[in-house]
Design a protein around this ligand. Structure first.
Ligand SMILES: NC(=O)c1ccc[n+]([C@@H]2O[C@H](COP(=O)([O-])OP(=O)(O)OC[C@H]3O[C@@H](n4cnc5c(N)ncnc54)[C@H](OP(=O)(O)O)[C@@H]3O)[C@@H](O)[C@H]2O)c1
Length: 374
């Protein structure tokens, strides 16, 4: 793990602020109640889109089948930044919701009937709280954390036990917090849908969260990752991490031709397309016979025209990937544990600096994952 920001500054003691609410009930009697509170960020409407604000709220309690988690770290994805902006925020009802889909922490209480976890277990939240296995129902896909369901940027969260997975033993909470969205999306694209094999050429676009996990996973699979970036320093770092070749998509508009050249004219067998409008067409032009392209993102906008004939002539497959299920998360964690895989963390922010973490992502000057420590 790397961190540009290593000052493990004062972690404020877990906020256990006791309020005494006294309600006078007549002249001779009084009713007093202790309310334990926690701190959490919530979406609040701004002039344009949303902002996140720190609130003090009553500590949640467990119901049947539910688990209380003391969150220790959360991480950002592009989606979280987009949600603050008008384009995602339009007509949405996020106000009062808790941001960030990704986080990891420790189980501090279990409700009646919980069998999968006990107090002290180290866990991460599943991106879709209710997508356990299979293709995922409409209802399950509407249980996205940090959006339609409560997020992880809260000192304590309550969730159903099936909304959690155990985290690999060799990972810190900061590292495990990077897994639920970006890592799982890359894993599903390469392993579950793409059936990645040793020796295959893999195209990874940019050096953000999904793509850097794609780089790490491709290397572990014995494949040959080729990665693009607008920053030469990130490309250099990617070579040190196992990329066999690189292309700067900013200085070289024909970056896809360079990628094909690096593959010796073969083309790429696997693509994690996170770029969308600017990248999909070029990636398809260099897709190898029998190749697989995972349709993941729209960093340059969605809405490319998919040339179905081009896919057909080369017996290629294209699949839409929307993160993954709990079952997928468990399978990915088995691979991460077996190979002692470690995520690339660019920078860690403290809880009180959470708005700065969003600004940092907006700057674009990062590689891999941005984490917030709680
Ligand atoms: N379908 C799903 O389940 C799913 C899951 C996760 C993410 N996504 C989507 O996938 C995309 C990536 O998400 P992320 O969280 O990995 O983003 P991220 O961590 O914010 O990474 C963004 C990076 O991508 C690169 N980039 C930006 N514009 C690009 C372009 N036009 N062509 C190539 N690279 C470009 C830049 O890298 P350099 O600095 O190296 O140039 C940028 O730093 C987003 O659109 C996100 O919404 C979808």
């Amino acid at each position: 793990m790397t961190s540009r920001h290593d000052g493990r500054a004062q972690h404020p003691a877990f906020a256990r602020i006791m309020f005494v609410v006294a309600l006078a009930l007549g002249a001779s009697s009084a009713f007093a109640r202790d309310v334990e509170t926690i701190r959490q960020y919530q979406f609040e409407r701004a002039a344009s889109g949303y902002r996140i604000v720190l609130k003090e709220v009553p500590r949640p309690v467990t119901g049947v089948g539910e688990v209380l988690v003391r969150v220790r770290a959360a991480s950002l994805n592009r989606r979280d930044l987009n949600m603050l902006r008008t384009d995602y925020a339009e007509n949405s009802g996020y106000a009062g919701g808790i941001p960030l889909s990704d986080g990891a922490g420790e189980v501090i209480a279990v409700g009646e009937g919980v069998t999968a976890f006990k107090v002290g277990d180290r866990v991460a939240g599943v991106f879709f709280e209710q997508w356990i296995a299979g293709a995922g129902s409409e209802e399950a896909l509407l249980s996205d954390r940090g959006g339609n369901a409560g997020g992880m940027l809260s000192e304590v969260i309550v969730t159903h036990e099936t909304g959690l997975v155990p985290i690999p033993a060799h990972l810190s909470y900061e590292e495990a917090a990077t897994l639920p969205c970006a890592a799982l999306t890359a894993w599903v694209g390469l392993f579950k849908r793409g059936h990645i094999a040793p020796g295959q050429y893999v195209l990874l676009e940019g050096t953000g969260g999904v793509s850097v996990f794609g780089l790490i996973f491709s290397s572990v699979a014995g494949a040959k990752p080729i990665i693009t970036s607008s920053r030469d320093s990130n490309l250099q770092r990617a070579l040190e991490m196992g990329a066999i070749g690189t292309a700067n998509y900013r200085s070289n508009p024909d970056w896809h031709l360079k990628v094909k050249e690096i593959s010796g004219g073969h083309g790429v067998d696997q693509v994690l397309d996170v770029g969308g409008r600017d990248t999909l067409d070029k990636a398809l032009q260099i897709l190898a016979y029998g190749g697989h392209i995972a349709l993941i993102g729209g960093l340059s906008g969605y809405g490319s025209e998919l040339p179905t004939d081009a896919i057909m002539w080369i017996n290629a497959t294209a699949s839409g990937v929307y993160v993954g299920s709990r079952e997928d998360f468990m399978a990915m964690n088995a691979l991460i544990s077996e190979h002692k895989i470690r995520p690339l963390i660019d920078r860690v922010f403290e809880f009180e600096q959470a708005p700065d973490a969003f600004e940092y992502m907006a700057s674009g000057d990062f590689m891999g994952k941005i984490v917030i420590r709680l």
